[in-house]
Every structure is written in C-alpha cells, then in structure tokens.
Design a protein around this ligand. Structure first.
Ligand code: NAD
Ligand code: WQD
Length: 343
C-alpha cells in the first residue's frame, strides 16, 4: 500500500482526505502541529475507517520531523494542506502567514528533493482569481492581485511550484484551487472546527441554528445577482477530499517535471440567501438572520468551470447543496453546546 504524507492532516479538509485515501487503498501518514485542529480527530478517523493512522505532531517547517517520518515510512507522495487560512488574521499578522504558508512549502520541497519523493498535491484556492471578469472561472482565467496576505501566499505558492518544476527537479505537481469547502463527513464524526467566531458563512449558519450565535447577518442584498446576495460555488468536503485522491492517481501516470492546476467546485453558483433557504428546508428549521451592509472586499460572484477536472481527472462533484447543509448541521449537532472544539 502506497504511503501518502498529509501535512495538516488533522485539519478540516486533511482529515476528510485521510478517510478517502484509505478508502482508495492509500495509507495516510499525518503530520500536523495541531495549531488549528485537535488530536481527537485521530480517534475519529479510527472510528470511521477502523484503522489507526500514523500521526506525527510537528511543524512542517521543521526538517527534523520530516526526516523522522522518512526514516519510519517510505513516502510515495505528499498532500500539502498545512497552512494558516484566516483571511482577516492574515492582514494583522502577515509575516506569520508568509512564514508558515511559504516556509512550509519550501522546506517540504527541499525534503522531497532529498528523499526522491516525486508527487505533490498543493492546496490552492479560488481566492487567486479575485473577482473574475468572466464566469464561470476556468483555469486560464487570469489571476488577480491578492486581496490579503493569505491570498497572496496561495498565489506565490503556485508561482514557486511553477518555477521549481521548470528547473526540472524530477517532480510532478497538481495545484487544486478549491472553491468554498463546506459540509462534513456523513458520519458526523469529523468536520470543521472553527476557532472563535466563524468568519465563513456555513459555520456561522450552523452555530446560529444551534443558538451559539444570536443572528446571522447577510452581508448585502443589493448586489447585481438574482436576489442581491453574493454568489459562491459551495463544494462538499468529501467530494473535495476525493479530488485529492484522483489528483494523486493522475500524477502517478504523468512524466516527471509536470505541473497542472485544477478548479475544484460544483460548477454551480448559489447566493447566500439560497444557502440559508436550503439549510432551513433540508433541516426543517428557521434561521434567525437579518440583512446587513456589504462586507468590505467581498467578491460579488464566482463559480467554477469544472470541465477540466471532470475530463482529465474523471472527478465529478456528487453531493448537492442540500447534502452540504444536512451534513453541516449533523456535524454541528454532534458538537452539542461546544463551540467547535471537542472538549
Ligand atoms: P485547517 O486549519 O482545518 O487545516 C490546516 C491544518 O494544518 C490544521 O490542522 C493546522 O493545525 C495544520 N497546520 C498549520 N500550519 C502547520 C504547520 N506549519 N505544520 C503542521 N501543521 C500545520 O484548514 P483547512 O480548511 O483544512 O485548509 C486546508 C488547506 O486548504 C489550507 O492550505 C488552506 O489554505 C486551503 N484552503 C482552504 C479553504 C477553506 O475554505 N477551508 C479554501 C481554499 C483553500
Ligand atoms: C461566503 C459568502 C459572504 C458570513 C473565504 C476566503 C477565501 C477562501 C474561501 C480559502 C460571502 C457571505 C459570510 C456571514 C454572510 N478560503 N457571508 N454572512 O468570502 O468566499 O471566501 O473562503 O482559501 O480565501 O476569503 O467565503 O464563507 O466568508 O463567505 O453573508 O456571516 O457568505 O459575504 O458572500 P468567501 P465566506
């Protein structure tokens, strides 16, 4: 069984990817410093798969722990999730973001070169497109100047990979540009664990429905969209996890010194109000919400053209928006009164 190192593998997308790798016959080896996740995720992964995964508590910027992993396992490929991801925080602590998100990528690439590890899947983001001029967004849609240090780390991360592959180091790379990951594992054993007040829509919805937050504010209803609220492409996290498995399988077949980028979305855009109404309908609940002012810097509308990933990776989103809302709510219920942490 091929072993795949997942940096940030205890996090939201990484933990779901660990399950899908295992289901596909690949063994995840998890490295995480638990800066934005919890060790109990490992037990939850065992509940779901019946398997205890190798876990290394450590910083991806630290070669010592990477070298230890390679002494103990033959790593066939890497999925690099480890990063800080809070857009607002990145404007307050830009150096932390550049250091962690780009430093970890550089350390990882050097490590891969020295150990002869060839395949890498990199977590990028639709944030690199900003507000696209043409919709849906294809992979050749020009990237825009980043709106935040966080967004810039994704853009620069992609650039580093492009330049590195051009130097013919003998590696193969796929960068996946995720649209808006939502939902949770249908078992409700793993999901997103937002720290503090959620900045993202869906955790705010579920925490409001759970009574943790009083009311959701819809950030603007006077945009040029069918109901005036912003449009995003919400992708179920299990579908997203599966895209990583498909990306690895694709890379294993490719010649060396290869770089490719794929959008990962459903190909559909939904407004904020549509998301709220889907949540209410599928869960039989009424959500306390109000219309508020626009949020500074918000992209008005974006959704993915998914033809490239559909055709080249044979990947299609299977889960609907209703599935996303059902699974997000089931996950919130499983947390009970807790605001997103296990204790
Ligand atoms: P997450 O915070 O849940 O997971 C990231 C994990 O990485 C956490 O468990 C954290 O503890 C760990 N980590 C951070 N820095 C580390 C380091 N230096 N060494 C080891 N572990 C470290 O976030 P997520 O939503 O699962 O995101 C995963 C990746 O996907 C990130 O790179 C993120 O930027 C990217 N992404 C996320 C979204 C989203 O909306 N969730 C969208 C696009 C891209
Ligand atoms: C979605 C929609 C809000 C909260 C962020 C990051 C981006 C990328 C994806 C990582 C918007 C509206 C939200 C609320 C609301 N992440 N909203 N009330 O803006 O697409 O982007 O996640 O790479 O970098 O910036 O996601 O979940 O914050 O917002 O009305 O309380 O929900 O205005 O239209 P976004 P989001």
């Amino acid at each position: 069984m091929k072993k795949i190192l997942i940096t940030g593998g205890a996090g939201y997308i990484g933990s779901h990817t660990a399950v899908e790798l295992w289901n596909a016959g690949l063994e995840p080896i998890i490295l995480d410093d638990l800066s934005n996740s919890h060790a109990q995720v490992l037990e939850r992964l065992k509940d779901i798969t019946g398997k205890s995964f190798s876990f290394y508590m450590g910083d991806c910027n630290n070669r010592v722990v990477l070298d230890q992993i390679s002494r103990e396992h033959e790593i066939a490929g890497v999925i690099h999730f480890a990063a800080f991801k809070a857009v607002g925080e990145s404007t307050i602590k830009p150096l932390d973001y550049y250091k962690n998100n780009l430093g970890s990528l550089l350390v990882l690439l050097e490590y891969m070169r020295e150990k002869g590890i060839r395949d890498l899947v990199f977590s990028s983001s639709c944030t690199v497109y900003g507000q696209p001029d043409v919709l849906p967004v294809t992979e050749v849609t020009p990237r825009k100047d980043a709106e935040s240090p966080y967004g810039n780390t994704k853009k620069i991360g992609e650039d580093i990979l492009v330049d590195y592959v051009k130097s013919k180091p003998g590696i193969r790379v796929v960068a996946l540009r995720y649209f808006n990951p939502v939902g949770a594992h249908p078992s409700a054993k793993i999901g997103e664990l937002p720290m503090g007040t959620p900045q993202n829509l869906v955790p705010f919805i579920t925490q409001t429905a759970a009574g943790i937050r009083q009311k959701l504010t819809v950030f603007g209803n006077d945009y040029d969209t069918p109901d005036g609220s912003c449009i995003r492409d919400y992708i179920h996290v299990v579908d997203l996890a599966d895209a990583h498995v498909k990306a690895l399988g694709f890379l294993f077949q490719k010649p060396l010194d290869f770089y490719e980028v794929f959008n990962v979305g459903t190909g559909r855009g939904n407004t904020v109000l549509e998301v709220i109404h889907a949540f209410e309908k599928v869960n039989g609940l009424k959500l306390a919400y109000q219309i508020g002012p626009r949020r500074a810097g918000d992209v008005v509308k974006t959704w993915a053209d998914t033809r490239k990933i559909n055709q080249e990776l044979g990947w299609h989103a299977k889960y609907t928006l209703d599935d996303c809302m059902r699974d997000s709510w089931r996950w919130q219920l499983s947390l009970g009164e807790r605001k997103g942490i296990f204790e």
